[in-house]
Every structure is written in C-alpha cells, then in structure tokens.
Design a protein around this ligand. Sequence first.
Ligand SMILES: O=C[C@H](O)COP(=O)(O)O
Length: 252
Amino acid sequence: MRKKVIAGNWKMNKVLSEANQFVDDVAGKVPNSDNVEAIVCAPFPFLATLVEKTKGTSLKVSAQNMHFEDNGAFTGEVSPVMLKDLGVTHVVLGHSERREYFAETDETVNKKAHAAFKHDLTPIVCVGETLEQREANETKGLVESQVKRALDGLSDDQITQTIIAYEPVWAIGTGKTASSEDANEVCSHIRNVVKEITSEAVAEKVVIQYGGSVKPTNVDELLAQSDIDGALVGGASLEAESFLQLVEAGVK
Ligand SMILES: O=C[C@H](O)COP(=O)(O)O
C-alpha cells in the first residue's frame, strides 16, 4: 500500500513567530507512522528555523520553489544547494501560481526536478488544468503533457520517488473541490502516464496527491479513492488543528 503524503503549502502567509507557533503546536503530534508523511511547505525565511525545530519529529520541511542552478548571478533566487544545506527535504515545483505569475514553464520544472535529485531533495511536481481547459475537455491531454515534460530524462528510480500533485487550478483557494471521482479519474490517468513512460512497478509506487480546497470535511472521501495518495493543501494547512486533522485522515 502506498503511504499518504499530506503537505501543507502555506504560500506567502505567516510571519516567523506564527510559523514557530504552528510547529510548536504540530510537530510533536505528527504520528510516526509508515502510513503517512506530513510536510510543511514554508516560505524561504522560515526554513532554517523550522528545520531546527522539527529535528527528532516526524514533520518534514519543504520549500515552495527553487532555482535549478547550484549558484551564480541570479539575484533574488534560492538554490537547491542552499536548501539541502539547511536540511530541507522536499521542494514544490511548478505550482500553478508559479506558472501563472512567475513564468514557470514545463521546461524549468523539468530542470528543477533534475536539480532536486542532484541534491537529494524530493520534488513535489504540480500539474493541473484551468477552468477553460477543463471546459474544453483538455484536462487529460494537458496533464499528460505536463507530467511527461516535468519527468523527462529522470530515471525510473527518481520517478518512483517523485511526488506528483494534481491541482485543478479552478479548485485552488476557491472553495470548489473536484468531486472525488473526477479527481481520482485524473490521478488514475497520471498513474497510467507514469506507467507508459516507466513501468507498472514504478506507476504502482509513485505518490499522487490531489490539491484544491482540501479540508478536514472532504479529505476522507478524497483519500478513500484508489489513486489519490495524499493532499497538497493551502488554506486548510494554515491552522495547526486543521492541519493535524488532515494528517490524521492520512493515517486511517
Ligand atoms: O498548494 C496548495 C494548493 O494550491 C491548494 O490550495 P487551497 O487548499 O487553498 O485550495
């Protein structure tokens, strides 16, 4: 059975004292279980402190983005070397907000995925369609293309370790969730795409999350689906109590 991965993406929220308080409230309560992995995806300025505070707990710390180069003249950017040096374990790549507002492309996501593995970071690769694309019946084709381009050139072993997050853009922060059946249908399609580019064994192991207005009231139904192995959660991950409920749902 695949483990469930619950990742809270804080986006551009909280100040340091709030981030610390969250981790103080949550880290010791995250179960040490083979069934679930809990991750907070925090803004860059908090990462060093949060890594220190979560040492010896089951809560992992992720960045929300990074550059693909190790170092250099890239003012304002953060490299995988820096993240690894801090003790960060995961990095979110290709979130739709990065694609929409910061010119992230499938090509840069792919470069970042390679850079993540070069530095032993686990990428959480986001894919998903806009409402316009869904209404034009382009969801599966679009997601298939995003997955293939993001994973291009990775080894089977690396693809096995990659976390893929299916996030329909129209469901992010809107309170609209894809029905669990619709979300599962796309996650199942993603698994088939992974099978096509690797093997059935890899596809059966790869973790595929759903994201988009996941909250404690709908998480059970989503996680009960055959191909949904966790959640990438924005708004409902900001409060300790709500985040812990989501993690608990993953243990069941
Ligand atoms: O990264 C998280 C997703 O964008 C979902 O955000 P949301 O749970 O606020 O809809």
